[in-house]
Design a binder for this molecule. Structure first.
Ligand SMILES: Cc1cc2nc3c(=O)[nH]c(=O)nc-3n(C[C@H](O)[C@H](O)[C@H](O)COP(=O)(O)OP(=O)(O)OC[C@H]3O[C@@H](n4cnc5c(N)ncnc54)[C@H](O)[C@@H]3O)c2cc1C
Length: 377
């Protein structure tokens, strides 16, 4: 690495794991480093509150970070764009615009996406990531319910499928309208969770007349309908796809060492196993020897380690170790003012669980919404 002063740190993606580094970017600048942050939008949306944005519980301003402003206010540069290739030998990043950006150290927090295989060439079909899609879907659902009783389908029986279904219901209710809402849950709703979580979710959806279809596998998404594996067709006016997520393909495409899922393979310092000047956090990494579930909790916990290790790498200091912890709390927003609480063997549901979720989510937002987000129009 070049002499300490003037080194260039590039953060790719202003996601959940980079929040501390973004908030303390001025420390890097004061140390004489140049910092550039690259992202496809000036904003980063907090996924934990995404379903609540869809239903209208939250305004978009309440659930996003103005990453561009955060960076520029602290003396860094923000480049609007997407990184499509990393050249680790020459330490250069290529953007989709064709621009090339050199780095001395770089950290990736480019997240995950809903894999589009089968590839839907369909109208009125949205993936649940990026979270901005939920705003587009909301607008379209509002158009549909103004003129009739649309058929709205969510594909995917994981936590986001559950939350999205419950929150579509809330959106429709809030507008005094009607819709036929179905969740195509794959083999089984919440199959990776304890039976009690599953039961509470089923009861909540059934009590509101929301259809849950289990034992189905969608093999194709088309305009107006999903084709199931057994050949049946399931018609809809709008579909939201929540059938799982995969890390960004950036690392595989760049020939970097990856884990089985294609995530950047990192060691206990959240550092690429081959390139010590590359780091990563959140859904886009594969933690060597201990792959982590794709939940925001891990990204949040990685924040202080990434911040410390990036400073240490630039300045020649000692790196800290990230200790993965598979025990965490999940709270599912059911859209009816209630949530399901799940942590190890503790499972319960109710209004209080939603109050708690809302409190924790807003606390996280307050910590990193330092760029006047709430007063934006
Ligand atoms: C609807 C929904 C609800 C969820 N609720 C919860 C919850 O309550 N609790 C929980 O723990 N987890 C939840 N999750 C899981 C959670 O979304 C992920 O674990 C979390 O988003 C991971 O954060 P991340 O910062 O790694 O990735 P992301 O949130 O995906 O952020 C990645 C960032 O990188 C940017 N980016 C992407 N590609 C590029 C590129 N090529 N170049 C530059 N920038 C790029 C993106 O614009 C984005 O800002 C939920 C997921 C969904 C879909």
């Amino acid at each position: 690495m070049r002499g300490s002063r003037g080194k260039h740190l590039v953060l790719v993606g202003g996601g959940h794991a980079h929040m501390t580094t973004l908030k303390r970017l001025d420390t890097f600048v004061k140390n004489g480093y140049r910092v550039t942050v690259i992202g496809p939008s000036p904003y980063h949306y907090y996924s934990g509150m995404g379903p609540g944005v869809l239903s209208g519980i939250y305004r978009p301003q309440e659930v996003r970070f103005h990453v561009k402003k955060m960076v520029e206010d602290r003396g860094g540069s923000f480049v609007l764009g997407s990184v499509v290739r990393v050249d680790p030998e020459n330490r250069r990043l290529s953007l989709s615009s064709g621009e090339e950006i050199p780095y001395d150290a770089s950290s990736f927090n480019v997240g995950s996406h809903v894999p589009l295989d089968p590839l839907p060439e369909a109208e009125n079909v949205f993936t649940v990531k990026p979270i901005e899609n939920l705003l587009k879907a909301q607008k379209m659902i509002l158009n549909f319910i103004r003129s009739g009783k649309p058929k709205l389908v969510v594909v995917g029986g994981g936590p986001s499928g559950l939350e999205i279904t419950g929150n579509i219901w809330r959106l429709v209710q809030n507008h005094g309208s009607e819709a036929q809402i179905s969740l195509l849950a794959g083999p089984k709703l919440l199959s990776n969770f304890p039976e009690k979580v599953r039961r509470l979710a089923m009861e909540s959806l059934a009590a509101r007349g929301l259809e849950v279809v289990e034992g189905v596998h969608v093999s194709q998404i088309e305009s107006g309908g999903a084709v199931l594996e057994d050949g049946r067709e399931y018609r809809y006016d709008l579909a939201l796809l929540a059938w799982g997520i995969k890390p960004s393909e950036l690392f595989l495409q760049s020939g970097l060492p990856t884990g089985e899922d294609g995530g950047l393979l990192v060691n206990e310092h959240l550092q690429s196993v081959n390139y010590p000047e590359l780091f990563g956090g959140g859904d886009c990494i594969n933690f060597r020897g201990h792959p982590l579930n794709k939940v925001g909790v891990h990204a949040v916990r990685q924040n202080p380690i990434l911040y410390h290790n990036l400073l240490a790498t630039l300045g020649g200091g000692k790196l800290q170790i990230f200790k993965p912890n598979d025990t965490y709390l999940l709270l599912f927003n059911l859209g009816d003012g209630k949530a399901i609480y799940w942590r190890k063997d503790r499972v319960w549901a109710g209004g209080l669980a939603f109050v708690f979720k809302n409190y924790l989510d807003k606390k996280f937002m307050r910590k990193f919404q330092v760029s006047g987000e709430l007063s934006e129009q």
